[in-house]
Design a protein around this ligand. Structure first.
Ligand SMILES: *[C@@H]1O[C@H](CO)[C@@H](O)[C@H](O)[C@H]1NC(C)=O
Ligand SMILES: *[C@@H]1O[C@H](CO)[C@@H](O)[C@H](O)[C@H]1NC(C)=O
Ligand SMILES: *[C@@H]1O[C@H](CO)[C@@H](O)[C@H](O)[C@H]1NC(C)=O
Ligand SMILES: *[C@@H]1O[C@H](CO)[C@@H](O)[C@H](O)[C@H]1NC(C)=O
Ligand SMILES: *[C@@H]1O[C@H](CO)[C@@H](O)[C@H](O)[C@H]1NC(C)=O
Ligand SMILES: *[C@@H]1O[C@H](CO)[C@@H](O)[C@H](O)[C@H]1NC(C)=O
Ligand SMILES: *[C@@H]1O[C@H](CO)[C@@H](O)[C@H](O)[C@H]1NC(C)=O
Length: 342
């Protein structure tokens, strides 16, 4: 039973942007860093509502700061603001082509050395009446992290998408988030969040501090909804959101069976990764002896794969009752006997 995978791409030079499709809100934004141990170090988070001149607090007590730290550009409102529930999704900053060639950035003032989650929301929604979403690249402190290429998928263009990554900022130094338009295209951004996370998260003690982990996708097997901040009221202390797995399954669907429990799953929400319990409360299994997922990747990149398992089927009562091997690209990655591990 594969409970859930998360795929993170490790980037070196370039990376395809993750453009998760987005279903209707509501959401939970606030709170995800409030109770973590690094709070004791007084690290601050930034939640910047690009394109506005007022501070707002949403239903979840996240304070969105008025637009700041930018080096240029202009502001605008999406064409159908009523379709977006969060104030941070309705407005945007764009960097007109007249400013191409200049550095179009957000420069965060001197931040404490820490590992951060950087999350942006990007939506086009025909704000400029040109019916053509722009092509541009986004770089964090000189490393290209997201590529936006016209045409965008229709749902991304209209509903927007969150993109995120984990990176160490070794400071004190400013972090620059810069936007580079192609030809006459004007880069856009709706919100930017920079949240300190546990310094040991995602195996960083062994991968080192120079790696930037750009999120490829977070897939919750057996889940019907895209959940987490920006999508539902479910919490994730790192502000991650998780999408259903069905679109990624290949092979026969006949034998695939979803599992769901409302029982508490032990061992979740623990440092350093704080994976939410909801991830482990759904799963899929197969009556046949195979379950297969296909994810297209960029062969030039290195990827980090996290697989999460929990035995939530009460019919499995002892070691040896569910044993299987996980193959990635035909390579035998590991043998799993969940019951034995937990
Ligand atoms: C925010 O965090 C506090 C403290 O951990 C918790 O009591 C509260 O329920 C959280 N609020 C929401 C909306 O999750
Ligand atoms: C964090 O802030 C509190 C209150 O402002 C202060 O007492 C404490 O010393 C600070 N901690 C660190 C590690 O700076
Ligand atoms: C928004 O909040 C920040 C930080 O608390 C404050 O410095 C700034 O003056 C506020 N801006 C407005 C427009 O209220
Ligand atoms: C937000 O903060 C206010 C005052 O600080 C508090 O009364 C309210 O319960 C909080 N709401 C949530 C959802 O945590
Ligand atoms: C999410 O929380 C908000 C504010 O507390 C509430 O108005 C809304 O009904 C909740 N949505 C769901 C789907 O529970
Ligand atoms: C979960 O942990 C609690 C406390 O450690 C324990 O009492 C309970 O039996 C555990 N539940 C399962 C399903 O292992
Ligand atoms: C896959 O590797 C595991 C060891 O990690 C081994 O026990 C198992 O037999 C291997 N499976 C196959 C089909 O080779």
């Amino acid at each position: 039973m594969i409970l859930f995978f998360t795929f993170l791409s490790i980037i070196t030079t370039t990376i395809s942007t993750s453009t998760p499709t987005r279903s209707p809100p509501p959401f939970l934004y606030g709170n995800y860093s409030t109770h973590l141990n690094f709070q004791a170090r007084n690290l601050s988070s930034y939640h910047i509502n690009c394109g506005t001149s007022t501070n707002t607090t949403d239903n979840f007590n996240t304070t969105w700061l008025s637009d700041r730290y930018y080096t240029g550009g202009s502001t605008s409102v999406v064409s159908e603001p009523l379709r977006f529930n969060l104030p941070s999704e309705k407005t945007l900053r764009y960097f007109p082509s007249s400013s191409n060639g200049k550095k179009n950035c957000y420069s965060f003032p001197s931040l404490p050395s820490a590992r951060y989650l950087l999350r942006t929301f990007t939506v086009y929604d025909n704000y400029d009446d040109k019916s053509r979403p722009p092509s541009f690249d986004v770089a964090l402190s000189s490393t290209i992290i997201f590529n936006w290429r016209s045409p965008w998928p229709e749902s991304t263009s209209r509903d927007g998408a969150y993109s995120d990554l984990f990176a160490f900022l070794t400071t004190p130094s400013a972090a620059d988030l810069c936007f580079y338009g192609f030809a006459t295209d004007a880069p856009i951004v709706s919100s930017i969040e920079l949240v300190p996370v546990d310094s040991a998260s995602y195996d960083s003690l062994s991968t080192g501090e120079n790696l930037i982990l750009v999120n490829y996708g977070r897939i919750s097997c057996g889940s019907d909804d895209h959940f987490g901040p920006g999508f539902t009221n479910d919490t994730d202390k790192f502000g991650r959101s998780w999408q259903p797995d069905e679109a990624f399954r290949t092979g026969s669907e006949i034998a695939v069976r979803g599992l769901l429990t409302e029982n508490t799953v032990n061992g979740t929400d623990k440092e350093p990764n704080y994976f939410p319990m909801k991830l482990y409360q759904t799963a899929v299994t197969s009556a046949e002896d195979e379950l297969e997922y296909e994810l297209s990747v960029d062969a030039k990149m290195d990827y980090m794969v996290w697989l999460h398992f929990a035995e939530i089927d009460s019919r499995v009562k002892k070691v040896g009752e569910r044993v299987f091997d996980v193959f990635i690209n035909g390579n035998n990655a590991t043998r799993i006997d969940i019951y034995k591990e937990v």
